[in-house]
Design a protein around this ligand. Sequence first.
Ligand SMILES: Nc1ncnc2c1ncn2[C@@H]1O[C@H](COP(=O)(O)OP(=O)(O)OP(=O)(O)O)[C@@H](O)[C@H]1O
Ligand SMILES: [Mg+2]
Length: 256
Amino acid sequence: MTTTSRSGIDPRTADRPSIIRARGVRKSFPLGRDAEIEVLHGIDVDVHRGEFVAIMGASGSGKSTLLYALSGIDPPTAGTVELDGVDLGGLDQAELEALRLDRVGFVFQQPHLLEGCTLRENALIPALWRGRRARAAAAREVDARLELLGLGGVADQDAATASGGERQRAGLVRALVNAPVLLLADEPTGALDRASSAAVLDHLAELHAQGLTIVLVTHDPAVADRADRTIRVVDGLVAPTDDPAPPDGTAPTTDA
Ligand SMILES: Nc1ncnc2c1ncn2[C@@H]1O[C@H](COP(=O)(O)OP(=O)(O)OP(=O)(O)O)[C@@H](O)[C@H]1O
Ligand SMILES: [Mg+2]
């Protein structure tokens, strides 16, 4: 059977509790003094607790913009986003930051690490901001994860001199330090060689098996194949999804 849906909502799971529920998301940016350009044109997305969703689409189609909108890092100009049942539009900046710090890990396409701090220190920063968790426990976990992702030997290196791939993996460790319920990852393997990419994907698969919900942007079909389903963004809209996988999940991703 072929079902066609003009949204990022999977009809097979539409009645499960959503961790992300976005409706009519639009995003515009100022263009010059009086004009603006709309990049997202009304996107609906549901992501259910425990899902692993890939987002694909051409460069410039709006994937990063969508991820920023879904996380509240750069809110939409129209539409609504509910994160774990909370309407982000109803929160002030401090509440939004507290929610993100507590429940969401974000891997930026460009890692934005603090130079002058080591990779280990960078990975620990969100744990220090949150403060509640014992620093020693967070530090042990960060060290274990840096080791697992092949960064054991460079943990004490200044972020300024680390390679792009090292910085990217440190950005992932930082996103995971507060044990989020949702990980939003923007091309987390984009700068990695095959072995490092496999280490990252294996670790994400392990966390997903433990219940972490993951939304991951990628240009690599092999990476998207690791996800439960794929949402395709085309020119600021979600492409129709054809032939979703059967409920037993035996078929590959539901690429449009
Ligand atoms: N702050 C901004 N001001 C103006 N235009 C912007 C801004 N941010 C993004 N855009 C534009 O929005 C469009 C979508 O950008 P976005 O970064 O979301 O694309 P993407 O799908 O993530 O691309 P890539 O695969 O290259 O990372 C692009 O045309 C980009 O130039
Ligand atoms: Mg991008």
